[in-house]
Design a protein around this ligand. Structure first.
Ligand SMILES: Cc1cc2nc3c(=O)[nH]c(=O)nc-3n(C[C@H](O)[C@H](O)[C@H](O)COP(=O)(O)OP(=O)(O)OC[C@H]3O[C@@H](n4cnc5c(N)ncnc54)[C@H](O)[C@@H]3O)c2cc1C
Length: 528
């Protein structure tokens, strides 16, 4: 089957990760007509595989990435305010030990080796304090919600209890947490509510300039059906595939590329009881985080490994898993082994290729390039962080305005995301109000719904006063009412979408429930 649609949109966006969906939302809110195509599920690639931090990037200071750190630090609270359901402040505990080392080729380590050669690559405590001071102040006064840096005596503080006794001192600082794949889907939902067309499971197979506009050929990746769309401007937000789109789909002669750097995480049962994260520095100069995850688990990551082919699905290799286990075992009293790992995930960072010598050192900043040599303009998006996606979208809109001769206003800094229309300190009140209206919800269930849907949880629960009103129960508190919402309102099509991207219930869903969920979703798709 082949569908022809000739109406041109202003913008055609390739890629339903955070950058594509963030640009779609911002652009449609400024009056542009927008179509977005994602070849798999939304957030099926890098944007569901991050460490999930809204962070300034403390370690980027050692690379003198001041622009990125300043922008990301200032952005944390803008984002947390706009989505207090899926994002929240986190405290990070950084244990100090004199053996901690730099990665050899950071500008800071090179400078220190020159002026203080006797340090032999070690990271002194005063440098960490200086870095944290800058972290507290580089946002130029924007920090209002997140508390500043503090020093901890690990011999008496509860944060010291899970750690080995040789760690006596720690520094504590703030950053934020975000449910990355939910952030993507909420951007897509909001974009669609404002008029964008979001096509999932739709691959851009080729795009070419034709009569002063773009002709884009699409293929439905489930049915094989093809269609053609037209647009005034093409936006390439293909993440790891940005180069593939430039060279294989559009056949452009563009020099810029991405460097693919894989990062893997492991998940274990909860390793400690408090709600803070750990920032561990290794003897190899790298750092990893250990983070409380989904109420019952601990998330540990990440790695930096070269990845050669975007089409090769990233997985956590046995070497990466051992590396993360050994790293954590250097700090925790509890010694982990492979048997403690309940899940792993892996993603590929699409970093702008700036010729940096190591994967760890490659810039995490973004670069936007407009290519307009052949008539209709194309914008290529390289790199970027989840944390800076909104600012990246604003910068993209500056370039889009210039390319299409329009003048539009920024608007996203003050606008809440779907379900996020409540105050940052209103979380407990929202959970309480859900439990009051729906007395069958226990605290964990209500909390999960609030952390997933915010005020939209009310629409899912409707007027139910008993759990049976929510339909089939698949286990792990997932009911038919929630699945229906995800299929009708959040583009979910398969159990994978529901269990690993719209929620993380895959961690606790029983096998038997999984099979029933598959049958239920198949039947519903056939019906609708
Ligand atoms: C291990 C790891 C940890 C990270 N941790 C953090 C963190 O803690 N904080 C932070 O701020 N950032 C973090 N990041 C960075 C962040 O996750 C990425 O920068 C961001 O997700 C990139 O989003 P994207 O939209 O550019 O790419 P993606 O999410 O990969 O989206 C690109 C999309 O384009 C689609 N696509 C490609 N080709 C086509 C085509 N031909 N047709 C249709 N669709 C197509 C793909 O299917 C994909 O879904 C981390 C990254 C990694 C890998």
């Amino acid at each position: 089957m082949s569908v022809q649609t000739t109406d041109p949109s202003d913008l055609f966006i390739i890629g339903g990760g955070i950058n594509g969906c963030g640009i779609a939302r911002d652009a449609v809110g400024r009056g542009y007509s927008v179509t977005l195509a994602e070849m798999n599920d939304l957030a099926s690639a890098t944007s569901s595989a991050s460490t999930k931090l809204f962070h300034g990037g403390l370690r980027y200071l050692e690379y003198f990435e001041f622009r990125l750190v300043h922008e990301a630090l200032a952005e944390r609270e803008v984002l947390i305010r706009a989505m207090p359901h899926i994002a929240w402040p986190m405290r990070f505990v950084l244990p100090y030990h004199p053996s901690m080392r730099f990665e050899n080729d950071t500008p800071t380590s090179k400078l220190l080796t020159t002026v203080m050669p006797w340090m032999k690559g070690r990271r002194p405590a005063w440098l960490i304090r200086l870095g944290l001071f800058m972290y507290d102040h580089l946002d130029l006064g924007k920090r209002k919600i997140l508390p500043g840096t503090a020093r901890l005596d690990l011999r008496s503080a509860p944060e010291g209890a899970p750690l080995q006794d040789r760690f006596e001192t720690a520094y504590e600082y703030s950053d934020g947490w975000v449910q990355d794949s939910r952030l993507v889907v909420l951007n897509a939902r909001d974009a669609e509510a404002r008029g964008a067309q979001i096509l999932t499971r739709t691959k851009v197979v080729s795009a070419a300039r034709e009569d002063g506009q773009w002709r884009i050929d699409l293929q439905d990746t489930e049915t094989g059906a093809t269609q053609t769309r037209y647009a005034k401007m093409l936006i390439n937000a293909g993440g790891p595939w940005v180069g593939d789109i430039i060279h294989e789909k559009v056949h452009l002669n563009v020099r810029e590329g991405v460097r693919l750097v894989r990062g893997s995480h492991i998940v274990t049962r909860k390793l400690y009881d408090h709600d803070k994260c750990y920032f561990f520095q290794g003897t190899d100069g790298r750092i990893i985080f250990a983070i409380p995850y989904e109420q019952d688990f601990t998330l540990i990551g990440t790695t930096d490994a070269e990845h050669t082919d975007a089409n090769e699905a990233p997985v956590c290799t046995p070497e990466e898993q051992s590396y993360l286990i050994n790293f954590a075992n250097h700090y925790f009293k509890q010694q982990l082994s492979d048997a403690d790992v309940v899940w792993t995930y892996s993603g590929v960072r699409p970093l702008y290729d700036d010729g940096a010598s190591s994967a760890t050192a490659a810039t995490r900043d973004y670069t936007l390039k407009v290519e307009a040599s052949g008539g209709a303009p194309m914008l290529n998006v390289f790199g970027g962080k989840i944390t800076t996606y909104r600012r990246l979208a604003e910068s993209a809109l500056d370039k889009i305005d210039a390319a299409l001769g329009r003048s539009t206003e920024k608007w996203t800094a003050e606008a809440s995301m779907p379900g996020g229309d409540f105050p940052v300190d209103g979380v407990a009140a929202l959970i309480a109000s859900l439990r009051e209206a729906h007395p069958f919800l226990d605290q964990r269930w209500a909390r999960r719904l609030m952390r997933t849907y915010g005020t939209d949880a009310r629409a899912i629960l409707g007027v139910s006063t008993g759990a049976e009103a929510l339909g089939e129960d698949f286990g792990a508190t997932l009911t038919a009412a929630e699945v229906d919402w995800l299929m009708d309102r959040e583009y979910a099509r398969t159990p994978q979408d529901v269990l690993w991207r719209r929620t993380k219930l895959g961690l606790s869903m029983p096998e038997e429930g999984l099979a029933r969920l598959g049958d239920y979703m198949d039947a519903r798709r056939a019906r609708v």
